[in-house]
Design a protein around this ligand. Structure first.
Ligand SMILES: Nc1ncnc2c1ncn2[C@@H]1O[C@H](COP(=O)(O)OP(=O)(O)OP(=O)(O)O)[C@@H](O)[C@H]1O
Ligand SMILES: [Mg+2]
Length: 364
C-alpha cells in the first residue's frame, strides 16, 4: 500500500513562488494527473514528492510517514522525465540495469528483472542498442522500463509523452494506461495537455499559479468546473463564454447576454436566486449549443449566421455569428448547414454554466 499525502506544501525558489499551499491525497494505486499551463508548478510538485526539492513549508507523507528529510533513494519513487534522460554511451540493457547494479542486486536477478520488464514493454530486441539508435517511442519505453525495473512504490512522470509525434502520443497514452492497470502502482503524471489528462487520469488536479484549483475525476472536472480557469482550460473546442446578467421576471430566472436571453429550468434557478445581479459570465459547451435550420418550437434560440465550419474527428462544429458575439455550436449530422447559412442555436439550458466575473467562481 502506498499513499502519498501533500499537506499545505509550499515551495519558493528565492522570491519565486513555484508551489503554494498544495494539499492533495493520492490513494494507493491511483493514477493522478497534475494538469495546468506552463509554469504553474507541476514539475516542482513532482520533484517535491521525489525528494529532489525540499518544501519551504508543509509536509509530504508517504504511507503516513513524513518524508520531508528523506532523499530520493530512501523514498522508493521512480521518476520518468520528459527528455527520457537516458545515458547515451550505455546500451539499453545497461541503462535499464544501472539502478539495480548500483544497489548491488545479484547479476542473475538483474538479468531476470530486465528480461521481465523488457518483455512487458516489448523492447527485448533492443537491449544491445545505444539510445541514439532508437526512435522516440522506443526511447520512451526504455525510460519506462528503467523506472519499472526498480519496482518503485510510486511512479512520478513528467510529461513523458511530450517528445513524441502526435499519433504515437495517442497510442502511448493507451499503452501507459494499460500498463497502469497491470502494475496498479500509485502514479503522479504531469501534463499540460488536457486531452491527455482526460483520457488517462483516475483523478485530475488542475493547477494554476502554483495552486491546485480543482481536484476531481475527468467527468467532474468537465461537467462541473469550479471556476472560469478550469472551465476554459478543459474541453475541445473550448467552452463559449459570454458576459451576462441574471434576473427574475414573472417568477422565472433568466440570463441575458447582449445577443440572447434564456429562461432557466427551475432546478437551476433556485440555488441561483441569492447570487443574481452581479457581473456574470455565461458558459456554454459547444455540444450544449445545437445548430438547427428551422426555428425550434417553444424555446428561445438565438439566430445567427455560420461563419466557419470546423471538423473535429467525426464531429462538426459551426462558429455562428450572433451579431455581438460568436458562439461555437454543435452541428448534428442531419443538419445540412454551410458557411453563410442563417441558423438558430438551441442552447441546452439544463447544462449551462454561470460564473461570477470578479472571483471567477462557478455559481452553477
Ligand atoms: N530551480 C528553480 N529556480 C528558480 N525558479 C524555478 C526553479 N524551478 C522552477 N522555478 C519557477 O517555478 C515556477 C514553476 O515551475 P515548474 O517547473 O514547476 O512549472 P511547470 O508547471 O512544470 O511548467 P512547464 O509546463 O513549463 O514544465 C516557474 O515560475 C519557474 O520559473
Ligand atoms: Mg514542467
Amino acid at each position: 500500500m502506498t499513499e502519498v499525502f501533500l499537506e499545505g506544501v509550499t515551495k519558493y525558489f528565492g522570491k519565486v513562488r513555484a508551489v503554494e499551499d498544495v494539499t492533495l491525497r493520492i490513494g494507493h494505486g491511483e493514477f493522478i494527473v497534475l494538469l495546468g499551463p506552463s509554469g504553474c508548478g507541476k514539475t516542482t510538485t513532482l520533484r517535491l514528492i521525489a525528494g529532489l526539492e525540499k518544501p519551504t513549508r508543509g509536509n509530504i507523507y508517504i504511507d503516513g510517514h513524513v518524508v520531508n528529510d528523506l532523499g530520493p533513494r530512501e523514498r522508493n519513487v521512480a521518476m520518468v522525465f520528459q527528455d527520457f534522460a537516458l545515458y547515451p554511451h550505455m546500451r539499453v540493457f545497461d541503462n535499464i540495469a544501472l539502478c539495480l547494479k548500483v544497489r548491488k542486486v545479484p547479476k542473475d536477478e538483474i538479468r531476470r528483472r530486465v528480461r521481465e520488464v523488457t518483455e512487458l514493454l516489448e523492447i527485448s530486441d533492443l537491449l544491445d542498442r545505444k539510445p541514439t539508435e532508437l526512435s522516440g517511442g522506443q526511447k520512451q519505453r526504455v525510460a519506462l522500463a528503467r523506472a519499472i525495473v526498480r519496482n518503485p512504490s510510486v511512479y512520478l512522470m513528467d510529461e513523458p509523452l511530450s517528445n513524441l509525434d502526435a499519433l504515437l502520443r495517442v497510442k502511448m497514452r493507451v499503452e501507459l494506461r494499460r500498463l497502469h492497470e497491470r502494475l496498479r502502482a500509485t502514479t503522479v503524471y504531469v501534463t499540460h495537455d488536457q486531452a491527455e489528462a482526460m483520457v488517462m487520469a483516475d483523478r485530475i488536479a488542475v493547477m494554476n499559479n502554483g495552486r491546485i484549483v480543482q481536484v476531481g475525476t475527468p467527468n467532474e472536472i468537465y461537467e462541473n468546473p469550479l471556476n472560469l480557469f478550469v472551465a476554459e482550460f478543459v474541453g475541445t473546442p473550448p467552452m463559449n463564454f459570454m458576459s451576462c446578467k441574471a434576473g427574475v421576471s414573472g417568477g422565472e430566472v433568466f440570463v441575458e447576454t447582449e445577443a440572447f436571453r434564456l429562461t432557466l429550468p427551475r432546478e437551476l434557478a433556485d440555488p441561483l436566486k441569492g447570487e443574481l445581479g452581479g457581473d456574470l459570465v455565461l458558459g456554454v459547451r459547444p455540444e450544449d449549443a445545437i445548430v438547427t435550420k428551422e426555428a425550434p418550437k417553444g424555446v428561445e434560440a438565438p439566430k445567427g449566421r455560420v461563419v466557419l465550419i470546423q471538423r473535429l474527428s467525426g464531429t462538426l462544429y459551426a462558429a455562428v455569428d450572433l451579431g455581438v458575439s460568436t458562439i461555437t455550436a454543435f452541428v448534428p449530422s442531419t443538419a445540412r448547414v454551410g458557411r453563410g447559412d442563417e441558423v438558430y442555436v438551441r442552447i441546452n439550458t439544463a447544462k449551462i454554466h454561470l460564473f461570477d466575473r470578479g472571483s471567477g467562481k462557478a455559481l452553477l
